[in-house]
Ligand binder design. Structure first.
Ligand code: E4P
Length: 215
């Protein structure tokens, strides 16, 4: 399973990219709003940091306007993927964009049927939201494994991005359930690095090493 970072914070993206773990980036309107910066400028900076798919979401609600919004975004760079919400209008936009060779990521997926529809409309990626399903007491990981099973049985090559990741266990579970990608907030990537036994191990190695020079 590949790892994307789920943020519009360029500093966080840079830090994660320096570790060589990143295959792409996802943003959404809330994440962009949090930064309070010009969206296009942010995208340009991300493009310079990460050489992989970078999702930029449209905010229009009808297909024609979504496509109109998507075209200049897709023109910025070949790595830009247009993120489209899972609605009937969104599916029409995905279909139109696919015909132009523009990759899409259908977001706000909460059921296997939504994922199947998005794939059939021509989406390159679907983003089932694990955390938001957990919030309403539904098993988001089970959804990932249902979608993975359906895509496998029917030889659908749309990739599954496990989204709305809230903690490291979600990442492990998504990988085991067959997600191709998990898009992970910086804080969760940081938690994934750490383990108390690693810290304790380093401390002990250094303490033992320091005795060597005293001998
Ligand atoms: C997916 O691409 C979304 O940006 C994101 O994962 C949403 O996560 P949230 O539920 O934590 O807002």
């Amino acid at each position: 399973m590949k790892l994307f970072i789920d943020t519009a914070n360029v500093n966080d993206i840079r830090q994660a990219a320096e570790m060589g773990i990143l295959s792409g980036v996802t943003t959404n309107p809330s994440l962009v709003a949090q930064e309070g910066r010009d969206f296009i400028q942010v995208l340009q900076e991300i493009i310079d940091i990460v050489d992989g798919p970078i999702s930029a979401e449209v905010v229009s609600l009808d297909a024609e306007s979504m496509v109109k919004e998507a075209l200049p975004l897709a023109d910025i760079h070949k790595n830009i993927v247009i993120k489209v919400p899972m609605t009937a209008e969104g599916l029409k936009a995905v279909y139109q964009l696919a015909k132009r060779g523009i990759r899409t990521n259908v977001t706000l997926i909460f059921s296997a049927n939504q994922a199947l529809l998005a794939a059939r409309a021509g989406a390159q990626y679907v983003s089932p939201f694990i955390g938001r399903l957990n919030d309403i007491s539904v098993d988001g990981v089970e959804l990932i494994s249902d979608i993975a099973h359906i895509f496998d049985v029917h030889a659908i090559d749309t990739e599954i991005i496990a989204a709305s990741i809230r903690h490291p266990i979600h990442v492990t579970q998504a990988a085991k359930a067959g997600a191709h990608i998990a898009t992970v907030p910086f804080e969760v990537l940081d938690q994934m690095i750490k383990h108390p036994l690693t810290d304790r191990g380093i401390e002990r190695f250094l303490a033992d090493w320091s005795t060597l020079h005293k001998k």
